[in-house]
Design a protein around this ligand. Sequence first.
Ligand code: PLP
Length: 553
Amino acid sequence: MSNLKAAYFTMEIGLRADMPTYAGGLGMLAGDMMRSCADMKVPVACVTMCWQHGYMKQTIHPDGSQNYEDRQWNPEDFMKKLDKKIIVTLEGREVTVCAWQLDMKGRTGFNVPIIFLDTNCEENNPADREITKYLYGGDGYMRIKQEAVLGIGGVRMLRALSYNEIGTYHMNEGHAAFLTLELLRERDYQNEKVIPSCAFTTHTPVKAGHDVFSYKMAHQVIGDMIPWHIKELAGEDSLSMTLLAMNLSHYTHGVSKIHGEVSKAMFPGKEIDYITNGIHHLTWACDDIANLLDKYAKNWREDPSVLTAMTCDDIPDEELWSAHQSAKKRLIDEVNSHTVIPFDTDTLTIASARRVVPYKRPELLYENLERLREVAGGKIQIIHAGNAHPSDEFSQSVIQRMVQRSGTLKDSIKIVFLENYNPDLAKLMVSGADVWLNTPMRLFEASGTSGMKACLNGVMNLSTLDGWWIEGYSHDPESGWRIGPLAKATDVNEHKKIDAEDLYTQLQFEVLPEYYYQDRIRWIRRMKRAIGLVGVFNTNRCVKEYLSKAWRE
Ligand SMILES: *Cc1c(COP(=O)(O)O)cnc(C)c1O
């Protein structure tokens, strides 16, 4: 029936706030990549999983404690059920996999099918029906089953749907690496017949983020699929999904320049390139900014590379400021529907939102409260958001402390923690804040994309030099601010005190004076420079790089 340039396999995809089929940045990137493919009319299909429960609904109580609840949703409200079913054998049982299709239409109507695999069908026993219940939930056995459904089931489903000619099987993270086992089976177990058809994106600079299974467990679950030479491909002692993916791909890449280097150090001897992440510009521009760009950066919808420091320089200051202030008002109105002490649109507003994990150092701004009060008392307001994992007590206690701190500091600095971070809230925050704060420990942030969303809306980054921001900042240092040293990080010591001190210094001597200076001339110029970065950091550019490096077949 159809030929595809690529089939993009991903464990999660973030498409809408009311479809909990994702957990975080990996899924958001997958969604933005597919949107750009649809806009650019690149014939691809996406293969992913129909999770009943992805990220959970977070509620925050006044004392900062949190509740996390499963979110209910009906796939049939968003997509159509396909009539094809395939079988994957797990633990010796035949498990039926059915599928749903969501049609992702590009700006001129070109369609990219997103295929969601689902084991919740009546042929299966109750336990197997739950394989697609919890994204990243369950033990190692469950994880192997889920990854077998995605990789092996995914290839079989593409065959059943008559996608016979597929240029490249793209693995978005090692979760999808079992697809290589099905290709090996189809191609006489010859590595060299599989390698030219596969490409791999690695996403995590943290060892624990890479799936590794014992061979015993793997044999128990998918014994008949494991080829005799598996140890040559996936590691001597245990089955590494990353090694399996890498050894059977003609092209492997990390998601930023620094992450490419970190990955090479993690896997010595492997060739690992990088393609820095991007964002889908049409999804993340708020209406006010989009209208302005229609006027002053013609053709930006079709070709976001027109967004440069030079083109954005043509936007009149007053129009940019008034577009920004309407976006800010929308955010502040949302905040004020949750707070007792109202926020206002004239105070410098700093926002920071992300998954709450230790390496992102969500509390860096509060390292020295005395200093923070002295520098910023009465001059800033702060908006936080972010989910913790329901079983992660440490991260929940971080959120709790941040909520409680808003009480301690309320006389000098307004702070709010908005509950239930999702793409809708993300868009409000990245467009309505004045400054986007990100403070990861260096060498730990693979790329990050929320800062790019902020840039597009004329919101400046104030961030440690890690992930994409190393490239963004060096592309145009006038587009935002850095925290901490310019020198390349060589180790993973966190230098928390130094970074915190530098954060206060930046606020005191750069950010605050510029914001409150009459007419805000330099501030608004910086806003334009921030928008100009998106000419590079967008997913249309990523798709072009994928086409020339990864999807060549
Ligand atoms: C963009 C986005 C992310 C990823 O952003 P990071 O910069 O990696 O933190 C995560 N969650 C949501 C809802 C997003 O919109």
